[in-house]
Ligand binder design. Structure first.
Ligand SMILES: [Fe+2]
Length: 434
């Protein structure tokens, strides 16, 4: 008997799911413990990856002081690009090769942690940049062996990069966004200190919060692992293995906590609200690292990659940029309307966890019920009104579709098959929500 009827055995589907845990320490002040943590890992000379904005803030100073007080040689690399590219990944890798480090520390958002993962990989097992990148953009070569210890210290709460084996970047010359996905990339330890969130501007809190929600809801509604074809060899089971009982558990709780606290965190921030949100971000990260996202994330890379002239409040203003959480959430309501008919009870349960009143809801409206709750939260927290809110119009639909269609890893994880026509229609419906 299956754990949940949603995971009933199918004729050609997989019969097992894998569980990748995350090693983390959570609580106010944990960053000051990093010296002992690094010593316990046996490292003596570490590269500390950050960006030039975080480099001026207290968390970086605390981490470096704690490492040096523990007798560890800590060398700062503050040239990580926000929204990294293949070139900035390679620059980080060159720094890592030249420095002869035996360990890595990252202090920053997802861009910093992802760049540090890539630098660890390319300095440990040097190869052509495209070798380890996901197909069809790269050759999807398996990471040959274990990497050096990497301790991740997030200063935001959305990406959950400290819990995952994902490193994502732009390939400007190819007009594509892709990355490397391997469990070997996962940091050996994540230090989650909620006090670092106190200075986050409200719009960044909103963007992070919607990244958490989409990770959790996409993973919860993803194609069940029992409906993904069984791999020929166990080692070929993908990281995006589909919804499963383990990821369900953390995703539902992440949705409930974020639904309860996100609006308050944006409108009236205080550490007492940010602490549960950071915990929810971690739970959603554990969820999507074990299940995988689908359509909203697949569409988001086209949105962020084709940015024209949008500058997000609270983010660096040196170039147009659509923050990842915003690029995802502008597609989420249309995607959930599309996937709703496949598993109405899951969409209703997610809507309920998010705070919607689902009493009397007709299962055939499940996708709309979830989408409507999303739109209500977007309006309250100052998220742009769909694609038009970040500078796109009807004239951009075919370019957006062409760029989203190759996101095979994510689109294949959708519970409902999604073709080019579906993508174009969804981008069209995402132009404005209110
Ligand atoms: Fe995300």
């Amino acid at each position: 008997m299956p754990i949940d009827p949603h995971f009933d055995v199918t004729e050609t589907g997989d019969t097992a799911f894998a569980v990748e845990g995350a090693t983390v320490k959570f609580g106010p002040g944990v960053l000051s413990e990093i010296g002992g943590d690094a010593r316990a890992l046996g490292v003596s000379r570490v590269a500390v990856f950050t960006d030039r904005w975080v480099a001026k803030l207290k968390p970086l100073a605390s981490v470096v002081a704690a490492l040096r007080n523990a007798g560890i040689d800590a060398v700062i690399y503050d040239e990580v690009a926000v929204e990294p590219t293949d070139a900035s990944f390679q620059a980080g890798a060159r720094f890592a090769v030249e420095g002869h480090f035996d360990g890595f520390v990252s202090v920053g958002g997802g861009s910093v942690i992802d760049t540090c993962k890539a630098a660890n990989l390319y300095s440990t097992y040097p190869d052509d940049m495209m070798a380890y990148v996901n197909a069809p953009v790269g050759a999807a070569k398996a990471v040959p062996g274990p990497l050096k210890p990497h301790i991740a210290c997030p200063t935001t709460f959305g990406t959950a990069s400290e819990c995952t084996g994902h490193a994502i970047c732009d390939f400007p010359k190819l007009g594509a966004k892709s990355g490397i996905v391997s469990k070997r990339l996962k940091p050996v330890l994540g230090l989650l200190d909620p006090t670092v969130l106190q200075t986050l501007p409200p719009f960044i809190v909103a963007a992070n919060g919607f990244d958490v929600l989409t990770h959790a809801i996409e993973s919860y509604t993803a194609r069940p692992y029992t409906k993904r074809p069984k791999p020929d060899k166990p080692e070929l089971r993908p990281t995006s293995q589909g919804a499963n009982p383990y990821s369900d558990f953390s995703c539902l709780e992440a949705i409930r906590v974020t639904g309860k606290y996100l609006e308050q965190a944006v409108l009236d921030p205080s550490v007492s609200v940010l602490e549960p949100l950071m915990f929810a971000g971690m739970l959603a990260g554990i969820g999507f690292n074990n299940a995988g996202c689908h359509i909203p994330h697949g569409m988001s890379y086209a949105v962020s990659g084709l940015v024209k002239n949008y500058f997000a409040p609270g983010y660096p203003q040196d170039h147009p940029m659509i923050p990842h959480g915003v690029a995802v959430v502008v597609n989420a309501p249309v995607a959930f309307r599309f996937t709703g008919p496949v598993s109405p009870e899951r969409h209703l349960r997610a809507a309920e966890a998010l705070g919607a009143d689902i009493r009397g809801a007709d299962p055939k409206d499940a996708g709309a019920v979830l989408a409507n709750r999303f739109v209500e939260m977007m309006k309250k927290t100052g998220i742009p009104n769909g694609l038009s809110g970040v500078g796109f119009g009807q004239e951009d639909l075919s370019a957006l579709t062409a760029k989203a269609a190759p996101q095979k890893r994510l689109l294949d994880n959708s519970p409902r098959p999604v073709g080019k026509e579906d993508l174009e229609r969804m981008f069209g419906e995402a132009i404005a929500y209110w």
